[in-house]
Design a binder for this molecule. Structure first.
Ligand code: TXA
Ligand code: MG
Length: 362
């Protein structure tokens, strides 16, 4: 008889789109998902950045279950997701003026704020820290689910620890099927990279993780804003202030190297590397852009979209990395992307996936 793993459970999948969102079956599914969370279970749900793995943020047992399902170290704090501004005050010690301004400008949206926590938030949720990360997502399914769940949903990205964050429900299924009660499928995440994290407990607001809300956008509201030195290329030896940024993340199975420089020189160099790999019997994958995708001969090429539009690369990056994991490539070469604005977040994730292997050509 086949051995059955006793701790596996049936994971229910329900799709919610703009067409069915107000129909009785979708409303019933949201109610059910909310009830699962209030009862201490786990539900993965779409957000505008990436899919989240939700649990009741005020229930220490739920947070423990989240760490277990992801296989994530429990000193890595979770983001508490809310759906109404009034719900912020009870979970923080005070709301500084900086938070009011950023909330008015960017919530609901892809921005997470670090604030001093109140006693209402268990230490299991914050990985033992006295601060709490809070975000109000803009995705409509996420907002409805948070409301149904009672207002406070702790949610890390819904990937198994060490895999790219999920941008499609099928990615969540790959990693967490059998480990959580339910997955809400909202289609492709429209941003594709995790939220910007800004620490408001420091004298100068500090970006701990770059994202769609850029430094320029934050300083347009707050004035002076810093970036945690640990996430800048020149500061990569310093310990990062966001505990999660220190773990090896977003890493594909095949060794990934980024090639930066002039477009023609990059194409030439990647082709040399592909040939060299082939000589050793290794199969190459290439992350290219629409303009260059036809230039790489026998390699398995995936385009991250239009080079001039960093939001396209952001949306496709994690999907591409996951696909390569399933496709027997031995090495991956990626073109580098522009590092201004949102491009900084794209390069931050790509560099992490590459273990900071980057070659400059000219
Ligand atoms: O876009 C997002 O933020 C997604 C969606 C689901 O909302 N969530 C997400 O969560 O990316 P996660 O757990 O994968 O990443 C949270 C990051 C980690 O690097 C963690 O260390 C950091 O936020 N963090 C959480 N609480 C913190 C705190 N109190 N102080 C410093 N860093 C904190
Ligand atoms: Mg994550």
């Amino acid at each position: 008889m086949k051995h059955l793993e006793s701790r596996e459970m049936e994971t229910e999948l329900f799709k919610i789109t703009d067409e069915n969102r107000n129909r009785p079956d979708a409303l019933a599914a949201l109610k059910k998902a909310g009830r699962i969370l209030r009862d201490g279970g786990l539900v993965a749900f779409p957000t505008e950045t990436v899919y989240g793995l939700g649990g009741d943020a005020l229930n220490p047992e739920s947070s423990r279950k989240i760490y277990a399902a992801k296989g994530r170290p429990s000193d890595n704090p979770l983001i508490v997701h809310i759906c109404r501004w009034e719900d912020l005050a009870p979970i923080v010690r005070e709301i500084p003026e900086t938070a009011r301004k950023l909330g008015a400008a960017f919530w609901p949206g892809p921005l997470t704020m670090i604030l001093e926590k109140s006693d209402k938030v268990p230490k299991e949720t914050t990985g033992g820290l006295s601060t709490v990360a809070v975000r109000m997502p803009s995705d409509r399914t996420a907002l409805s689910l948070i409301r149904e769940a009672g207002g406070y949903v702790a949610a890390p990205s819904a990937n198994a620890s060490g895999r790219p964050s999920p941008t499609l429900a099928k990615h969540v299924k790959e990693d967490l099927s059998g480990k959580i009660e339910m997955i809400l499928d909202g289609g492709q995440a429209c941003i594709g990279l995790e939220s910007t994290i800004v620490d408001l407990t420091e004298a100068v607001p500090t970006i701990l993780r770059p994202g769609y809300i850029t430094k320029e956008m934050l300083s347009g509201i707050l004035g002076e804003v810093e970036t945690d030195r640990a996430i800048l290329p020149e500061g990569s030896d310093a310990p990062p202030k966001a505990p999660g940024m220190k773990y090896r993340h977003y890493a594909p199975k095949a060794e990934l190297t980024i090639i930066a420089g002039d477009e023609a020189a990059v194409v030439k160099r990647i082709n040399e590397l592909v040939q060299k790999a082939e000589g050793k019997g290794l199969r190459s994958g290439v992350i290219a852009t629409d303009a260059t995708a036809g230039s790489y001969g026998t390699a398995l090429v995936k385009s991250a979209g239009d080079r001039a539009k960093e939001e396209e690369a952001a949306r496709e990056l994690y999907r591409i990395l996951r696909e390569f994991d399933g496709e027997n490539v031995d090495v991956i070469y990626s073109e580098a992307f522009e590092e201004n604005g949102f491009g900084q977040a794209v390069m931050n994730r790509l560099l992490k996936a590459a273990g900071h292997r980057m070659e400059y050509v000219r």
